[in-house]
Design a protein around this ligand. Structure first.
Ligand code: EPU
Length: 302
């Protein structure tokens, strides 16, 4: 979708929006899949309600994107524009055991920076790609750690009420890869309360998680991490592997040879290819094991 109305373009600029016309989501998403649209980078949190109002008044549909690491976007010209927070400098401020982090901050860099201040707890998240906002919205987790455990406060744009609100940690529910945020809420910033730990000890934990990840996941390849959530008491990766589906492909969309719940873009996969592969694997698992696998990856169909 392209915004062409000069008045709208001027108003967006006034509100601190940096617009990249005809951006390719292939370049933004970790899967390297997605069509083209206008990308609106927001430099001022406080102007978001006005930006949304302006778009709505002009009939321009929109979506919010974080780091694009857990996202499968439709092909071709997209029927909505995409908004993304610009990264402020600094994006992490540490006082005592509290790290105040902008939602656009890189998750891995945040974990490392906190470690340098002797704040631990998030070691397991070190290899999880994407932004802190994205991790927060879906309660990203790995190696027994979930980001939700450390949330003290969240500043969020509420899509329903169209206001910016600050929520206390206990007003939000964090479950396995799920939170009580609405789909149209946009994370703006978070206060994390982290346990004190010596840097060397945190570093040791980080090394162990990195090694485990390197040994079991296809890190150098384009992927969105795990495609399916694990059903209660079962492992999606193990079931797909047991069915002999590693290497199964539709076009360049392929079940990883390394971890069967990672589907990689081995070249020029399209969303259509990836969705067909997901549907095929889901059906085979359903037939063989009776589990209806739920997507872990977020899908933006056009
Ligand atoms: N397994 C296989 N074959 C495979 C993959 C896994 O047999 O191809 C087996 C493993 O040997 C293991 C079991 O399945 O016994 C579980 O595998 P793994 O330890 O790799 O963990 P997972 O349940 O597949 C989860 C998260 C990952 C996270 C890891 C580490 C989900 C959907 N996945 O994977 O998160 O990194 O644990 O904590 O919860 C993600 O969310 O995108 C993600 C990658």
């Amino acid at each position: 979708m392209r915004i062409e109305d000069k008045k709208v373009l001027a108003a967006l600029e006034e509100l601190g929006v940096d617009l990249k016309s005809d951006a390719s989501l292939t370049d933004i998403t970790y899967l390297g899949i997605g069509g083209t649209t206008d990308l609106l980078r927001l430099t001022r949190h406080e102007s978001i309600p006005q930006v949304v109002k302006l778009l709505e008044a002009n009939g321009i549909p929109f979506k919010f994107i974080g780091g694009g690491s857990n996202l499968l976007v439709a092909d071709n010209v997209l029927p909505w524009v995409v908004m993304q927070l610009a990264q402020p400098d600094p994006d992490v401020v540490i006082e005592g055991n509290i790290a105040t982090v902008d939602a656009a901050a890189d998750l891995g860099k945040t974990v490392t920076l906190c470690a340098k201040h002797d704040l631990g707890g998030m070691e397991g998240l070190i290899g999880v790609p994407g932004t802190v906002g994205g991790a927060l919205r879906m309660n990203a987790g790995a190696y027994g750690i979930q980001i939700g455990n450390y949330v003290r406060e969240v500043k969020v744009y509420r899509g329903g009420a169209r206001i910016i609100e600050t929520l206390k940690g206990d007003q939000i529910s964090f479950e396995y890869r799920h939170t009580s945020f609405a789909p149209d809420d946009m994370m703006l910033a978070v206060k994390l309360e982290l346990p004190s730990k010596p840097f060397r000890e945190i570093l040791q934990g980080i090394r162990i998680c990195n090694e485990k990840r390197r040994a079991s996941q296809p890190l150098g390849q384009k992927s969105a991490g795990c495609i399916f959530k694990n059903p209660p008491g079962a492992s999606a990766g193990r079931m797909i592997d047991e069915l002999g589906l590693k290497g199964l492909s539709v076009g360049d969309a392929r079940v990883s040879d390394r971890h069967a719940n990672f589907f990689v873009n081995a070249g020029r996969a399209t969303a259509k290819d990836m969705l067909a592969l997901i549907a095929d694997v889901r059906e085979r698992v359903q037939k063989a094991y009776g589990f209806e696998l739920e997507n872990e990856v977020v899908v933006w169909n056009a």
